[in-house]
Each structure stands twice: as C-alpha cells, then as structure tokens.
Design a protein around this ligand. Structure first.
Ligand SMILES: [Zn+2]
Ligand SMILES: [Zn+2]
Length: 240
C-alpha cells in the first residue's frame, strides 16, 4: 500500500534534482552531473579533523595534519562533506539565509555519509546555537534543520536548549585568530546535567576556521562530557 501511494505521488510530483531540476530516481537526491560539481572530501584526509590532503599522497591509514599532530584540536573527530567553494557556497548560503530548505536532505545525508566510517556512538546531537537576535531575524537555525535527521540516524537526543549563545557582531572576513577571540565566551551551558558523561556531536553548515567548534569543545569539556565530535556540510580549506 505504501509503495502504491509512493508511486502515485512520484507520478504527480516526479522526483527531481534539488539543484538543477533534472529528473532523478527518488526525492531528495541530486543528479549525477550536480553530484560531480561538488568537491567531496574523501581520503586521504586528516584522521582527526578531516582536513583534505592532495589525492596522490600515500600517508598511511591514520594521517594527521600539523594542527592536529601538535595536539591543538581538542575535539575527538571533525568531518565535513565537501570543500567550501563557489559551487557548495551556492547551496549553503541560500539554505542559510534564503529559506532554500530543499537542500536539507542533500546536506544532511552527505553529512551522515562522511561520518560513516568512524562508527561513532553518539548520545546527544547539538546544532551550533544561534544568538536569539539572529534566530528571531532568520526565523530558523539552519544547523538545527541539518541536525534533526542526523540525530535520528544516530538514535541520539537532539538538544537545542542546553547551550545558549550571546549575540556578537558578524565574524565575516576576519582572520582565524580574530575569529577565535570573537567567539570566546559566547556559549553558556544551561543544563550541565543533560550533557555530563555524554558523547556529543556538534552540527553546523560550514566550518570556517574551526573557532566555533573549538570554543564549544572548550565549554563542553568543562561540563565533563565524554567525547566531542563535529560535522559540517562544507569547510573552508586553507593551505597548511
Ligand atoms: Zn542536477
Ligand atoms: Zn587535522
């Protein structure tokens, strides 16, 4: 019966690529042409933070970038689906600011996929919080929309209440050191008991310098969580 309804709906609303509109096999998918335009992050990459290395390097099973090798990444793992470039930017920014929610399935599915080989055990999924002022202005937190299907996949609790964020002016076009300073102290944990001892997965649409994840990791460690992972749809890749 469910299949019959599905076929009927597919007949009325044929599944189409959420980017270019080309017909595809099932709803939420994108066509192969659009798929190829992303710079998906695969191996070799930093085992800890997912920083992509050039494809032709053979670095062994668990390579690390200099940042992680020096112990500066306090998170257990960070992963991102793709590199932030002109193509992924044109998916990510409309999703963030212009209500283009049709990209939600593509983004969250690719984020679940990029975590797959880590076999993570996750208790709580936390979308990177927006300050209330931004939330009211935008009407939704794009990270929460991505976090919901991810929490479902991990059979984990989606927690949008335990951490609050103070409003600070935009971080656009700042150096990574300025971003780190700008985000320092903006997050506050309200319900430490909800998080203590838990394995936390942070979710955001883009990782720029990593400052937001690092700062959340800092406050979560103080709350004695047992692991902190993070995933973003895209990440800015600076030369290292
Ligand atoms: Zn397409
Ligand atoms: Zn790394």
């Amino acid at each position: 019966m469910v299949n019959l309804i599905k076929s009927f709906l597919n007949f009325i609303y044929p599944p189409s690529c959420s980017i270019c509109g080309e017909l595809v096999e099932s709803h939420g998918n994108i066509c192969s042409k659009c798929w190829m335009k992303f710079n998906w992050i695969s191996n070799p990459k930093c085992y800890k933070c997912g920083y992509p290395f050039p494809a032709d390097l053979d670095l062994g099973p668990k390579p690390m970038c200099p940042h992680c090798a020096s112990g500066e990444c306090g998170l257990d793992f960070i992963r991102s689906s793709c590199v932030y470039d002109d193509f992924s930017k044109n998916i990510m920014l409309p999703f963030k600011h212009a209500n283009q929610l049709k990209y939600q399935t593509l983004m969250s599915r690719s984020m679940i996929n990029c975590l797959r080989d880590l076999n993570l055990d996750v208790d709580v999924v936390i979308p990177v919080p927006l300050a209330y002022r931004r939330l009211f202005k935008r009407g939704y937190n794009q990270a929460t929309l991505l976090a919901r299907p991810i929490a479902k996949h991990f059979n984990a609790v989606l927690d949008v209440d335990s951490i609050t964020r103070k409003y600070k002016s935009d971080m656009g076009h700042k150096t990574s050191k300025q971003r780190q300073e700008n985000v320092r102290g903006v997050f506050k944990i309200k319900n430490i008991d909800n998080l203590r001892g838990k394995k936390i997965l942070l979710v955001d649409d883009v990782m720029t310098s990593g400052a937001t994840f690092y700062e959340l990791n800092r406050v979560l460690r103080r709350a004695k969580v047992s692991a902190v992972y993070a995933v973003s749809f895209c990440r800015v890749v600076h030369a290292i």
